[in-house]
Structures are given as C-alpha cells and as structure tokens.
Design a protein around this ligand. Structure first.
Ligand code: GTP
Length: 161
C-alpha cells in the first residue's frame, strides 16, 4: 500500500560513547535530540538520549514508544564498562520495557582505538548472554567514519520489518 509505517528507535549509552557522532551531531546532547530517516516504506525516528548521568533518568520515558533500542558502548573505555553494565541492567529491569520484547542493537563503538574491547569482550563484560527475553545483536563500529554502522542498523531494521 501507499501507507508509510513509523518506527521509533531509542539510542542510549553512557556519555561520550559516540551516540551523537553516530547520528552526525557535534554538541553534547542535552536531554535528547531527534533524527529521521526512511527505508523502504518505513520511516524511522531516532531519539538520541543524552548519556550524561543527570539525564539518564530520561531514557525510561521513551520505553513505551520505542520499537527498538540502540545501546552504544565506548569499547575503549574499559574503566566505565561496568557503569554501562549497570545502566543496561537498570534499563532491562524497567517494568515497561520488561513487558515489551523489542530488539536491542549493541554498538561496540570506537573500534579504531587500539586498546578497545572486541564485540565478544564487550558482550562478556556486559553479560549479554543473560538477555533471553528479546532479540539482541552486537556489532563493532566507528561512528567517526561510519564503518560498521550500516551493518548494525540493517540488523535492527530487519527485526522491525
Ligand atoms: P552524550 O551526548 O554526552 O551522551 O555523548 P555521546 O554518546 O553523544 O558522544 P559523542 O557522539 O559526543 O562522542 C564523544 C566523543 O567520542 C567525541 O569526541 C567523538 O568525536 C568521539 N568518537 C565518537 N565515535 C568515535 C569512534 O568511533 N572512534 C573514535 N576514535 N572517536 C569517536
């Protein structure tokens, strides 16, 4: 038919993980920003949430509207991967989200940095194997060059088709 379908993607992750870069922005996100793109008959809206501590509480207000989640990880920030793990656990424990088995795409960003964790190491550090109630996938990317981004997005777009 002629009708377009809409899908909302919620993009979360710690501050400095590269969320805004992945969506071509330059200033730290205050609260959130919005970006749109179209694929076939589906028009996607990405809600890029700020990862700064004081704004992380805002993420949950979008769980009821989200059709998919993109969780960006700074794979080179070994010190804060435990913080990412805590934020992920909090997110997945949320009552609204627990009832909605929407897919989660993890982006192991900054793959260009030499000391970075591989996607396998990221998924171990985050305990992703414990996620059994929803589809998830992890892929490495470099938000600066766009390398790997498309493959990750392709996966979540396929899940939403
Ligand atoms: P908040 O808006 O505060 O939540 O941060 P954010 O997750 O949006 O991070 P942002 O996109 O602002 O990126 C943080 C820093 O990491 C910037 O200096 C980016 O240039 C840098 N950066 C992002 N992606 C990459 C990457 O793939 N490789 C490298 N080397 N640097 C990156």
């Amino acid at each position: 038919g002629l009708l377009r379908r809409r899908a909302n993607l919620l993009c979360v992750g710690l501050d400095n993980s590269g969320k805004s870069t992945a969506h071509e922005e330059v200033v730290p996100t205050v609260g959130f920003s919005v970006e749109m793109f179209e694929r076939g008959k589906v028009s996607f809206t990405i809600f890029d949430m700020s990862g700064q501590g004081k704004y992380r509480d805002l993420w949950r207000h979008y769980f009821s509207e989200a059709d998919g989640i993109i969780f960006v990880i700074d794979s080179a920030d070994r010190d804060r991967i435990v913080v990412a793990r805590e934020e992920l656990a909090l997110m997945l424990e949320n009552k609204v989200l627990a009832k909605r088995p929407i897919p989660v795409l993890f982006l192991a960003n900054k793959m260009d940095l030499e000391n970075g964790l591989s996607p396998v190491e990221c998924s171990e550090a985050l305990g992703l194997d414990r996620i059994r109630d929803r589809a998830w996938n992890i892929s490495a990317c470099n938000a600066l060059t766009g390398e790997g981004l498309e493959a990750g997005l392709e996966w979540i777009i396929d899940m939403l088709r």
